[in-house]
Design a protein around this ligand. Sequence first.
Ligand code: SDX
Length: 393
Amino acid sequence: QTGAFTYDPGFTSTASCESQITYIDGDAGVLLYRGYPIDQLAEQGDFLETAYLLLYGELPTKAQKADFDNRITNHTMVHEQLTRFYNGFRRDAHPMAILVAVVGALSAFYHDSTDIHDPKQRMIASMRLIAKIPTLAAMAYKYTIGQPFVYPKNNLSYAANFLHMCFAVPAEEYKVNPILADALEKIFILHADHEQNASTSTVRLAGSSGANPFACIAAGVACLWGPAHGGANEAALKMLEEIGSVDNIPKYIAKAKDKDDPFRLMGFGHRVYKNYDPRAKIMQKTCHDVLTELGIKDDPLLDVAVELEKIALHDPYFIEKKLYPNIDFYSGITLKAMGFPTSLFTVLFALARTSGWIAQWKEMIEDPAQKIGRPRQLYTGAPQRDYVTIDKR
Ligand code: SDX
C-alpha cells in the first residue's frame, strides 16, 4: 500500500469514527498499526515498542523507548490496599470477573489521574493502566489458585514479568524461559489493537461521556469477555477439547452448518475479515515455536485444529460464507501449552488490548470535535396510545 488510503464511500457512511491508529482490509487480510504491518511488528517481539507506536503514532527513538520502558517498569506495582479487593471474591471466581472489578477500582486509588481534561493526568493514567494491568491480571490468577501474589520485578521485560508473576512461587527460584517470554511478547502484540471492535467501541463510548480512564477500560474488559469476542479463545480451546479427535470433526462441521443449531466453530469467522486473519497465521507459527520449545511433539489439540482448519477451508459452506480462522483459533492451544488455564486466556487478551484501548481513548479525548456518543435506533415498537387502567385490561 502506498500513499493515502481512499475509503469506499459506502464504508465511510457507516464508519463509527475516524481514526489514525489501526487499519484493517478485511477482504485482503491486511492489518496495520499506524501503517506498520502486524507481521513486521510481531517479528520484533517488543510489546512496549508497539504500545508506544499505538499511543504516539511513531516508532520510538532509542531514548524515547528507554524513557517509556522506564515509566512503565516503575509503575507496575499496585497500591497495597488494592490487594484486599481480591479477598472479597470466592476462589472459584472467573479471573475476568475479578479483572473487571479491580480495573474499575483503580479510579478509587489514583485520584491524581482521573481528570481527562488535564493532558498530564491523561498520560499518567495511561502509563498506570499499561503498567499495572499485567500485575492485576497475574494477581487474579494467583488468587484463584490459592497462591500468594508475586510482586513484579523491574529487571524483567513486560511479558517476562507477567510470566514471573503468574508462575513464580516463594518456595523456589523461578527462571523465565526466554523463548516463552518472546512468544508472549508476540502474542501481546497480535492482540494489542484492532480498530473499532466491540470492546474498543465500548471504551470510546464510555470515554465520550467523560468517565475516567480506569472506568472506561473496565467497561472494555467487561465487553471483551463475551464468547463472540475476546472470550472466543477460551471457547475455541473448549471446542477443540470437546471434538477430541480428528474422527469427530465432520460431526462438528455439520453442526456449524446447521441453521437450527446455535453451534459456531469458535475461532472461526469475523465481522471484518473475509479472508485469513493475518494474526492467525502468526499465532499458528508462534504456537509451533512454543510447542517445539516445550518438547511437545504431537499435541492432539493441535492435530484437531490443523485438520479442522483444512476441512473447513475446503468446505463450500465456509468458502461461500468467507469463514476463516481468526486470532482465537490457535491462541488457546499456545496459552494452554505455556501453562495458563483456559479461564486466563481472555485475561491475557484484555492485558494486551489495554494498550490499544488506551490509544483509542486518548485519540478520542484529544479530538477537539469529540462529542458524547449517542447512537440512535430504528423504532419498531407500538405507536403512541393512551393509558388503560388495570380494571379495563
Ligand atoms: C474477535 O471485531 C474484532 O475485531 C474482534 C477481534 C478483535 O481483535 O477485537 O478480532 C477479536 O472477537 C475475533 C472473533 C472471535 N469470535 C469467534 O471466533 C466466535 C465464533 N465466530 C462467530 O461467532 C462469528 O464469526 C462472529 C461473531 C465473529 C461474526 O459473526 P457474524 O457477524 O454472524 O459473521 P458473518 O456475518 O460474517 O457471518 C456470515 C455467515 C452467517 O450465516 P448467515 O446469516 O449468512 O446464514 O456465517 C455464519 C453466520 O451465521 N458464521 C458461522 C461462523 N461465523 C459466522 N458459521 C459457523 N461458524 C462460525 N464461526
